[in-house]
Design a protein around this ligand. Structure first.
Ligand SMILES: Nc1ncnc2c1ncn2[C@@H]1O[C@H](COP(=O)(O)OP(=O)(O)OP(=O)(O)O)[C@@H](O)[C@H]1O
Ligand SMILES: *[C@@H]1O[C@H](CO)[C@@H](O)[C@H](O)[C@H]1NC(C)=O
Ligand SMILES: *[C@@H]1O[C@H](CO)[C@@H](O)[C@H](O)[C@H]1NC(C)=O
Ligand SMILES: *[C@@H]1O[C@H](CO)[C@@H](O)[C@H](O)[C@H]1NC(C)=O
Length: 445
């Protein structure tokens, strides 16, 4: 199809084949439209329709169960009684997963649950056991230790961390629990259990206190949890993140009053710097390095202060799980690609190496920085020495083959970092003192 189209285009100028060229173009257009229509219909038939009525119905069911004492959470009172949670629109309804935008006491939030109904989650076996043993009065309450124990098992299971490793989370929780010697109601436990069955929640929860490069969990009610509203990246937008969305939101942004001077182009080096910081964080600051295996603009978002946040963590794995995933039978290197995480095929054993060959930074350079830090986006400045150096550094970073060369990767990261900082300083220098002070704030974040 493509070749005939090209052939047709080549002879466009010649009178004789003008007609056939037109025909081919029309045919091509028609089949393109037809295929797109097919995909569209297919998508809509498979996904649940996302309507306001349906969303409200789902939330009403949550509230009914809250009132029956089946589930609870710190968000329930505001959602179900005080009316302080206002539904806005749905963002994503697919395979049962529900993601909706709302505002909580004026703060924009996103409400999420992997499944629509509370009853669809597995019940906590411990509660059933207590029912059977019950009748002695205190059966409604569990000790904090039991909660920690079960939560730990669930978390390790879900994150693929073997037992025996030091997990930061249960210790943190354990301390918090010790401080307030309280017991937990069954609604609290059942709700926690439903939340822990959602890998994304578990993941966010584990990393909450350790990094600001994941979405903040603001509260929960039953199986629904609220995270901060962020500006997600778009593949179709060449700027990836849209500054307009940030400046239009109600609460004041850090550069409020300066919207006119801070353009999308000014944002690029600041957001890029935050990407680098995130990469460093994920690699070094947890007990296992964290691998992002699905890197694309849609899976990242930014806050008002321009910090980058990983929003789709379905494809994020700690080292032990990563090794399990990579270690497969193989006949060639191609068998050792797991989305953006790749390793080498050991031909003597016909087994993929367990160690990832490329890195988060390499893929981010290739799939995000390269299209982003490009001449078209840099505009008139693209020819300046700093910009040229930056583009070259990005190119080098994208082409690094890994091969266990951590030293070179670090050097490239340092170089990128240096160039971006310089770029920001240059920008700031042009715009006067007041602004400079504000930008420092971004850099030091
Ligand atoms: N904190 C957030 N702020 C704003 N929008 C969000 C937020 N979290 C998710 N979204 C939007 O909702 C959409 C779906 O959310 P999410 O990323 O959780 O689903 P998903 O895990 O990507 O689903 P799938 O794995 O099937 O692609 C995202 O593409 C994003 O546009
Ligand atoms: C959720 O519960 C409602 C009411 O009980 C039911 O009609 C609906 O089919 C359930 N949805 C799913 C996905 O189980
Ligand atoms: C856990 O951490 C402690 C102190 O930080 C250390 O002594 C111990 O060996 C660690 N255990 C494991 C299994 O890593
Ligand atoms: C992988 O290879 C080993 C031996 O080479 C074989 O025993 C095993 O069944 C294979 N596994 C899969 C999933 O093919």
């Amino acid at each position: 199809m493509r070749r005939s189209l090209r052939g047709a285009l080549r002879c466009l100028g010649v009178k004789v084949c003008r007609r056939s060229a037109l025909l081919v173009v029309l045919l091509w257009l028609a089949s393109w439209l037809f295929l797109n229509g097919l995909v569209f219909v297919h998508r809509n038939m498979l996904s649940d329709f996302c309507t306001e009525d349906k969303s409200k119905e789902i939330l009403q069911r949550v509230c009914a169960e809250y009132q029956q004492g089946v589930l609870t959470g710190d968000l329930c009172e505001d959602l179900c009684v005080a009316g302080r949670v206002e539904y806005k629109r749905c963002l994503y309804y697919e395979n049962g997963k529900k993601v909706m935008a709302a505002s909580w006491r004026g703060v924009p939030i996103v409400l999420k649950s992997k499944l629509e109904n509370f009853s669809s989650y597995e019940a906590l076996a411990l509660l059933e056991y207590q029912d059977a043993a019950g009748g002695t009065g205190g059966e409604e309450e569990l000790s904090p230790l039991d909660v920690v124990f079960y939560a730990t098992l669930e978390i390790k299971n879900s994150l693929g961390l073997e037992t025996g490793t030091n997990l930061t989370l249960p210790r943190l929780w354990g301390q918090k629990l010790k401080e307030n010697e309280r017991t937990y109601s069954r609604a609290e436990l059942a709700s926690l259990w439903a939340l822990l069955q959602q890998e994304e929640y578990t993941f966010l929860r584990v990393l909450q206190d350790l990094t600001h490069h994941v979405a903040k969990i603001l509260g929960s009610c039953g199986h629904f949890y609220a995270v901060e509203y962020l500006v997600a990246g778009h593949a179709w937008d060449q700027h990836i993140f849209s500054l307009e969305e940030l400046t239009l939101s109600p609460s004041p942004s850090p550069w409020s009053g300066q919207e006119k001077t801070m353009t999308a182009r000014d944002m690029v080096p600041r957001v890029a710097l935050s990407f680098l910081e995130m990469v460093e964080h994920f690699e070094n600051d947890f007990s296992h390095s964290l691998h992002l295996c699905d890197i694309k603009p849609e899976n990242f978002a930014i806050r008002k202060d321009l910090t980058v946040v990983a929003i789709d963590v379905d494809m994020a794995f700690f080292e032990p799980k990563m090794r399990d995933i990579l270690e497969q039978n193989c006949t060639s290197d191609n068998d050792c690609n797991f989305f953006d995480c790749i390793s080498k095929c050991d031909k003597t054993k016909n087994r993929c190496g367990p160690k990832r060959k490329n890195s988060n930074l390499q893929v981010i350079c290739e799939k995000i920085f390269r299209p982003w830090i490009s001449p078209t986006l840099l505009g008139a400045k693209a020819g300046l020495p700093l910009q040229v150096a930056l583009q070259r550094a990005v190119q080098e970073c994208a082409e690094i083959d890994g091969g266990g060369d951590a030293k070179r990767m670090r050097a490239v990261r340092k170089q990128l970092q240096g160039l971006l900082v310089e770029l920001i300083q240059e920008d700031t220098g042009n715009q006067g003192e007041g602004q400079e002070h504000k930008m420092r704030h971004f850099i030091s974040k």
